[in-house]
Design a protein around this ligand. Structure first.
Ligand code: ZN
Length: 185
């Protein structure tokens, strides 16, 4: 279905292990560092391109919080750590989680650069930081061989209506608007 090299195999295996271990992550609040959970991410080209030479060092220091929040994952606006839904890690699609992590790491870099991640002057799909992060993520999705149809489904979340989704798809250079009816799955 998609091109999985040995690194991707390792990453996906690691995400699977995390699925089963996530209930044992009991630390309250900010728990640990990114690389402790997501081993191998500092070897991914798409991640290295975000952070450059200091990728490993930076990933070692990014705080991760596994939370009971609903939804997926996001950046905490106070200090830029990544908040991840335990439920999502447990039940989410591994490929989607992989892409979300790339997306959030891109936001971490934006946060480090002092960019405003939550600019209320824009709707979510029009926010420059989101478009930039989505473009980057879609590029990686294509690299691993995901189809435009898959990517459409991935981008369709419950808070994005079809009109906004079409605008986002256009912004990330996906021109197949043939959305499946169960696009939110
Ligand atoms: Zn985002």
């Amino acid at each position: 279905m998609f091109h999985v090299d040995s690194l991707m195999t390792k990453i996906l295996q690691r995400l699977s292990e995390l699925f089963t271990a996530v209930d044992e992550i009991t630390v309250d609040g900010i728990s640990d560092r990114f690389l402790a959970y997501f081993t191998g991410f500092d070897e991914i080209e798409a991640v290295k391109k975000i952070f450059g030479e200091k990728t490993t060092e930076i990933l070692r220091n990014i705080n991760v919080e596994f939370s009971f929040i609903n939804g997926y994952m996001h950046i905490d606006s106070t200090d830029g750590h990544i908040v991840i839904s335990k439920n999502y890690i447990k039940n989410g699609n591994k490929i989607d989680i992989y892409l979300d992590l790339i997306h959030e790491l891109f936001h971490v870099k934006q946060f480090m650069n002092g960019q405003e991640l939550f600019d209320k002057n824009y709707k979510y799909v029009d926010r420059p930081t989101e478009i930039e992060a989505y473009r980057y993520t879609v590029q990686e999705a294509k690299r691993i061989g995901l189809t435009e149809k898959y990517i459409c489904q991935y981008l369709k979340t419950e808070w994005i209506n079809d009109t906004d989704l079409k605008r986002l798809l256009k912004a990330v250079n996906i021109h197949n608007y043939d959305l499946p009816s169960n696009a939110s799955v």
